[in-house]
Design a protein around this ligand. Structure first.
Ligand SMILES: Nc1ncnc2c1ncn2[C@@H]1O[C@H](COP(=O)(O)OP(=O)(O)OP(=O)(O)O)[C@@H](O)[C@H]1O
Length: 352
């Protein structure tokens, strides 16, 4: 267990592509940090810099108070779990898990104990004599985690470990990773492009776009108080509805509706009087009563909720209503918004 400091890390590849800008983060001992963002945002590059698989162009990496910026991967005391498992097909599960310890020439008896302990944690005890090809995708992913656990590293790194699993197995394995994290109390950095994984796993999320950190915070902070339009649109599913509105006399107005601002919103938006801002409303904050007319074009029952897609005049809107609804294309439903977010149109930053 240990703490990890990424101090102003930057990555400029040989072809002059700058993949990461000023990544600054203190990971606490035992914390699970999820780096999330769309493809190409620089999350894998950041993880690979921590692993030592990419050189760090600028900045410092500190593990347990020690500067490891220029240290080779093997000396960093870090274990990485990849999305393609990277298991040795000719070895048994036991051998796969024992391999790195054998390379380190550890005592055979100790290796045996460590492998058995990891197999127990991961429910792999009965699989130890099998080859990887005889295991399911989920079990192979657990072996990959087992290989990391036996090394008892200071930091665990996960690079999209669930992306090769089907949806059901993905959520089961996600729960296993959470349990594992609690059980080992290990410091973990986890990369994914999937916002659901980030929200459900992380102690804190780092949301990235185009090499820049957009926001660092707890899942609730990113969901409830997104720092800018990018985070607001990326976190939350279905994504937030966005409307251009003019702030005028205590209301947010566009060609299709006028919504009253709360006293707090009026005060916060006072500097924007007469100006156009972006208003964000999460589908779950659209409620089934009010004076805004939605013309329905689809109704999707999810069990606990219903997704209703439609238009308000020329604006598209997605609503997530509680319970089971039976709207049909062409129906009208009256709605209002019980929570709104506002963003500056120029800077895209949240108006706080
Ligand atoms: N070896 C490389 N040489 C040059 N450019 C690279 C290299 N690896 C990545 N890049 C570029 O750096 C940027 C960030 O890539 P990176 O793989 O870190 O993003 P990512 O968020 O992890 O995306 P993905 O989820 O698709 O892997 C991209 O523009 C990518 O094209």
């Amino acid at each position: 267990m240990s703490d990890l400091k990424l101090q102003h890390l930057e990555k400029i590849y040989d072809n002059k592509v700058q993949a990461v800008y000023d990544f600054d983060l203190d990971v606490k001992d035992g914390e699970l940090i999820v780096l999330v963002g769309p493809s190409g945002c620089g999350k894998s590059t950041t993880l690979r810099m921590v692993a030592g698989l990419e050189d760090i162009s600028k900045g410092k990496l500190i593990i347990d108070g020690k500067d490891v910026t220029r240290m080779p991967p093997k000396d960093r005391d870090i274990a990485m779990v990849f999305q393609n498992y990277a298991l040795y097909s000719h070895m048994t599960i036991y051998e796969n898990m024992a391999f790195s310890l054998m390379l380190r020439k550890e005592n055979k008896n100790e290796i045996h104990q460590k492998v058995l302990a990891a197999a127990e944690i991961l429910d792999l005890t009965s699989q130890l004599n099998k080859k990887p090809s005889q295991l399911s995708g989920g079990q192979r992913q657990r072996v990959a985690m087992g290989r990391a656990i036996v090394r008892r590293p200071k930091v665990f790194l996960f690079d999209e470990p669930l992306s090769n699993l089907d949806a059901k197995l993905r959520s089961a394995t996600r729960r296993e990773i959470l349990l594992l994290h609690k059980r080992l109390n290990a410091t973990m950095l986890y990369v994914t492009h999937d916002q659901t994984e980030a929200l459900t796993l992380a102690d804190r999320i780092v949301c990235m776009s185009m090499g820049h950190v957009q926001q660092i915070g707890t899942p609730l902070e990113l969901y409830d108080t997104p720092a800018n339009l990018f985070v607001a649109s990326f976190i939350g599913l279905p994504p937030m509805n966005l409307f251009d509105v003019e702030i005028s006399d205590g209301q947010a107005i566009n060609s299709d509706f006028a919504v009253d601002l709360t006293a707090e919103e009026k005060e916060r938006l006072a500097p924007y009087e007469g100006k156009v801002v972006t208003m964000g409303v999460r589908p779950e904050n659209v409620v089934e009563r009010g004076n805004i007319t939605v013309n329905v074009f689809s109704n999707e029952n999810l069990g606990l909720n219903t997704l209703v897609n439609g238009t308000t005049g020329k604006h598209k809107i997605t609503c997530k209503f509680r319970g089971w609804c039976n709207y049909k294309a062409g129906d009208e439903v009256k709605v209002s918004f019980d929570r709104k977010h506002f963003f500056d149109k120029e800077t895209t930053k949240a108006i706080r």
